[in-house]
Design a protein around this ligand. Structure first.
Ligand code: FAD
Ligand code: FES
Length: 274
């Protein structure tokens, strides 16, 4: 069992969960993920790491409660156990000196962006982070982001914090007066598709970390199949990061919605039993 050692609310529907998982903490690299199963009857879900402590054996993850398993995970209390955790999985981010990097994300995906942006900064890049959110209530971990970057730009849909509008609009405006070498996006598929398109228009490299549905996380089940540059890839082993110019984002979006009906039934049944 992997013990939950802390669980705090970041915003409605978002939790920061800290887990004792020494083997994962010892080896995980920015860009990689882990797969967990809460109990014997549980579904396996992929999660990213916000922070890791190699010495004490802790990992921290930002949980966005979207369905049965993420709601169950968010409800765990200090001392509760998670049955299985496997990882690190996937390829680490390519950390090198690109020049000026913009990391763009929305709400909970600040978790996955954080260790990557920090490593890019340590590698000598200028790092700008653009965070999008519904409203100021959903902007969190800002202090942590400010510490590991040169600048953080906030965009909220309702204008309650930072500039009004979507993160991609902030990106467009930023590029009017800044030369950027790499745009790294983690977030909703439309955000990543748009960010990659904008990157191409401005001659910047684009990398997106794909939120494909995953089961085993080891390249065997095919659930995470994506098309990149016309070739079939498995996001869990060949990614999750890919060249944003080449990703078929429309197919990714369709495949993410493959089990919507089953997901609704699972959530309803879970809530009925609460
Ligand atoms: C590499 C990777 C890293 C991830 N890291 C995190 C993380 O750090 N924190 C976090 O909260 N979530 C993360 N996710 C997404 C998370 O795995 C899914 O939200 C989760 O599997 C949903 O399970 P569920 O049973 O709660 O909801 P479900 O009932 O399975 O899904 C509910 C709805 O959520 C959406 N959804 C489901 N799976 C995904 C997915 N893989 N990506 C995007 N949307 C999805 C769909 O729209 C779906 O209809 C990550 C996904 C990947 C592929
Ligand atoms: S999750 Fe099964 S092949 Fe990638």
């Amino acid at each position: 069992m992997y013990k939950v050692v802390a669980n705090s609310e970041l915003a409605p529907g978002y939790k920061l969960v800290k887990i004792h998982a020494p083997l994962v903490a010892a080896k995980i690299q920015p860009g990689q993920f882990f797969v967990l199963r809460i109990d014997e009857k549980g579904e396996r879900i992929p999660m990213s790491i916000f922070e890791f402590d190699r010495k004490r054996g802790y990992i921290e993850t930002v949980v966005h409660e979207v369905g049965k398993t993420t709601k169950k995970l968010a409800s765990l209390e200090v001392g509760d156990g998670i049955m299985n955790i496997i990882g690190p999985l996937g390829k680490p981010s390519e950390i090198r000196r690109y020049g000026h990097v913009v990391c763009i994300c929305r709400e909970g995906t600040v978790g996955a962006i954080h260790p990557i942006a920090r490593s890019l900064k340590r590698a000598g890049n200028k790092v700008t982070i653009i965070v999008g959110a519904r409203s100021k209530e959903y902007v969190f971990l800002l202090d942590k982001l400010k510490k590991i970057s040169d600048e953080v730009i906030v965009a909220t849909d309702d204008g309650s914090m930072g500039r009004k509008g979507y993160a991609v609009s902030a990106l467009r405006d930023f590029l009017k007066s800044n030369k950027v070498d790499l745009i790294l996006s983690i977030g909703p598929t439309l955000l990543m598709k748009t960010a990659s398109k904008i990157a191409k228009e401005h001659g910047a490299k684009a990398i997106s970390s794909l939120g494909a549905i995953m089961l085993d996380g080891t390249g065997m089940c095919g659930a995470c199949r994506v098309t990149v540059g016309g070739e079939t890839k498995f996001a869990c082993v060949h990614g999750p990061e890919f060249d944003g110019y080449k990703v078929d984002f429309d197919e990714l979006k369709r495949r993410q919605k493959m089990y919507v009906e089953e997901e609704k039934i699972a959530l309803k049944e879970y809530e009925r039993l609460l």
